[in-house]
Design a protein around this ligand. Structure first.
Ligand code: ATP
Ligand code: MG
Length: 315
């Protein structure tokens, strides 16, 4: 059965956004949601920092990947190993042992053909999405600047390569990457000034410089409302009690002050969120994820965030 928004029905989701906004957290939550719905899922951390495994509550994972839950495999990208695999599986180079350390080969190839390093990353993901028995591949991608180069590399290289096997491989890769029913980028932001500005720029660049669909924006760490709109007048009445009227229980004024501060932070966040909504393409789904105050929830217990994502996306 297909899922609302269709995101979990894609073959490849590329999660990107400014540094520290929650890309690994959102990738892990998406992967949990997909696996829980019976989609066999591969989630891959591209920057090899190890955050993804930590968030999933598992030991570090490497390029070969490991099943961390039923239907959920996690791995870490390694361009050198991706090159070795490519040469072995695709080119069937018999003399690999004799051409020297792979890192040097990679360096040489990357200098000779810009974009090769990028394509080894996106190519591996596309390969897993196409050839393995995964229903969905999720890339926990690098921060903003790099990703547009990675996403546009197959098209750039296709323009250089006209014939032969590589051209054929680029064609199927582009067919996967450029089909919005198969591949989408998901941009993550937080309701703060710089992440909002960078997210709007990033969405513009993905749309202008690549042919890859942007499937949704996720705004992470949205502060929950401390009370409902109907309860607000009660708080305002309490907050209006002047400190001189010292008839209140101990701690009353500091509690009022802390709540006022939280409300102000939320209002600032809301204004950034409004700006983001206005700046994003019309019709792009915007999913909100709450700030989670329980530290364990983002360190090995991703369930709360996955549940919030599922509720928000109506999965
Ligand atoms: N909704 C949330 N509530 C509370 N803390 C969160 C939430 N989302 C993420 N965090 C915390 O924010 C920090 C950054 O999250 P994460 O590692 O997912 O970001 P990232 O975008 O992948 O970062 P990087 O750019 O360094 O890879 C982590 O410590 C994580 O626990
Ligand atoms: Mg990360």
């Amino acid at each position: 059965m297909s899922t609302p928004l269709g995101l979990l029905d894609r073959r490849l989701l590329i999660v990107t956004g400014k540094g520290g906004v929650g890309k690994s957290t959102v990738s892990a939550a998406l992967a949990e949601c997909a696996a829980a719905r019976g989609r066999r899922t591969l989630v891959c951390e591209l920057d090899a920092k190890g955050d993804l495994a930590r968030i999933l509550g598992t030991d570090p994972v490497d390029y070969s990947g490991r099943e961390v839950r039923p239907d959920l495999v996690a791995m870490t990208m390694d361009t050198e190993q991706s090159l070795a695999e490519y040469l072995k599986v695709q080119v069937k180079i018999p003399f690999l042992g004799r051409i020297g350390p792979l890192a040097r080969v990679l360096e040489f190839v990357a200098t000779a053909a810009p974009g090769v390093r990028e394509i080894l990353t996106i190519g591996k993901l596309a390969w897993e999405a196409r050839e393995s028995d995964y229903d969905l591949v999720i890339a926990d991608a690098t921060a903003t600047g790099h990703i547009v180069g990675q996403l546009s590399s197959p098209a750039a290289i296709r323009d250089l390569v006209r014939l032969g096997m590589i051209r054929h491989q680029l064609d199927w890769m582009l067919e996967l990457l450029e089909d919005p029913s198969k591949t989408s980028a998901i941009v993550v932001a937080t309701p703060e000034e710089m992440p909002v500005v960078e997210t709007m720029e990033l969405v513009g660049r993905v749309r202008d410089d690549t042919h890859i669909d942007v499937g949704a924006a996720v705004v992470n760490r949205v502060l929950p409302a401390p009370f409902t709109a109907a309860e607000r007048p009660v708080f305002d009445t309490l907050a209006a009690i002047a400190p001189e009227e010292d008839c209140s229980p101990p701690g009353f004024f500091s509690a009022v002050e802390a709540t006022t501060h939280a409300l102000r932070r939320r209002e600032v966040g809301s204004s950034h969120l409004r700006r983001l909504r206005e700046g994003l393409p019309k019709g792009l789904p915007v999913l909100l994820l709450p700030e989670i105050f329980d530290a364990a929830a983002t360190h090995g217990g991703i369930d709360l965030i996955a549940a919030a994502l599922a509720a928000e996306a109506n999965w």
